[in-house]
Design a protein around this ligand. Structure first.
Ligand SMILES: C[S@@+](CC[C@H](N)C(=O)[O-])C[C@H]1O[C@@H](n2cnc3c(N)ncnc32)[C@H](O)[C@@H]1O
Length: 278
């Protein structure tokens, strides 16, 4: 008698988890529903393309949910992701796909008019390297938009303890809270590349989300929701900035104690719209 082997659970945050979820990307009532709402919020920060061949680079594009937004704003859309299964799906939505790691983008310097990195920084151990790569491929004067989850108790509660149990939120074990993003370090990482980052918190609208849940329980697709901006950046947050035309670092906040450079990396740049609540 042969005994079937039990499926081996992948470790937390293992990107191979997305392969089995490929059918969820474009399901508006599925486990990636909130990614659709976040893509729409990201799109609001993207300027309309200023010329015919303007390029938007989508770091960790997944199944290509930015595709309609990039097209509407007039961009050619190049998506880079580590997962080949999601990339194949993104290609069917018109994304020019490139397999690669966010920490070593297989793209030339200054090729992008816009760079977006949606819901990926919280999956990558080395955020500074991803920021460096994002700024490298962004042309001077170009816009960068990121959204991610803050490394706070509230971030862990909302994304893991609650979020992984609610429909429309991420599946269990997709996140590793140890990788959630320190906002001050993110601001400083961009400041070192001359980009002043502006942060806004995001949350689903309470009533709209309740209606969406009811519709889902009844087996229907709920209404597409718009994420609501909030001053609280301690959970899900969005950030954007512009690469300066001249290569100048945004000065970090002065240190009263002459902090060593490594420690200073965690100092927020000033000025910034960021509110770094606990
Ligand atoms: C939560 S999904 C976000 C997808 C897409 N940006 C969106 O918002 O719809 C995270 C994506 O990051 C990708 N990813 C994880 N680690 C990566 C890495 N080191 N380099 C490139 N992609 C990565 C995964 O394959 C997955 O598609």
């Amino acid at each position: 008698m042969t005994v079937a082997a039990a499926p081996v659970a992948l470790p937390r945050n293992d990107p191979r988890q997305y392969d089995a979820l490929v059918g969820q990307w474009w399901n508006p009532a599925g486990t990636f529903a909130m990614l659709h709402w976040l893509a729409a919020s990201r799109a609001e920060l993207i300027p309309l393309a200023a010329r015919a061949d303007a390029l938007l680079v989508d770091i960790a594009c997944g199944g290509g949910l930015m595709a309609p937004h990039a097209a509407r704003a007039g961009y050619r859309h190049v998506g880079v992701d580590i997962g080949r299964v999601a990339l194949a799906l993104a290609a069917t939505h018109g994304v020019h796909v490139v397999q690669g790691d966010a920490r070593a983008l297989p793209l030339p310097d200054s090729c992008a008019d816009v760079v977006v990195a949606g819901e990926v920084l919280e999956h990558v151990p080395d955020v500074d390297t991803v920021v460096a790569e994002a700024c490298r491929v962004l042309r001077p004067g170009g816009t960068i938009v990121v959204d991610t989850i803050a490394a706070t108790l509230f971030g862990r509660l909302s994304a893991i303890v609650v979020g992984e149990r609610l429909p429309g939120g991420p599946p269990r074990r997709l996140h590793d809270p140890a990788l959630f993003v320190d906002r001050a370090e993110l601001i400083a990482a961009f400041a070192r590349r001359g980009v002043e980052l502006h942060l806004t918190g995001l949350r689903p609208p309470v009533l709209g989300y309740a209606r969406w849940l009811v519709a889902r329980v009844r087996g229907r697709s709920g209404p597409a929701l718009s994420m609501a901006p909030t001053r609280l950046t301690a959970g899900l947050f969005q950030a954007s900035g512009v690469r300066p035309l001249l290569a100048t670092a945004v000065p970090a906040a002065p240190s009263a104690t002459g902090t060593a450079p490594a420690a200073r990396a965690a100092t927020p740049a000033a000025p910034s719209h960021a509110r770094l609540e606990a």
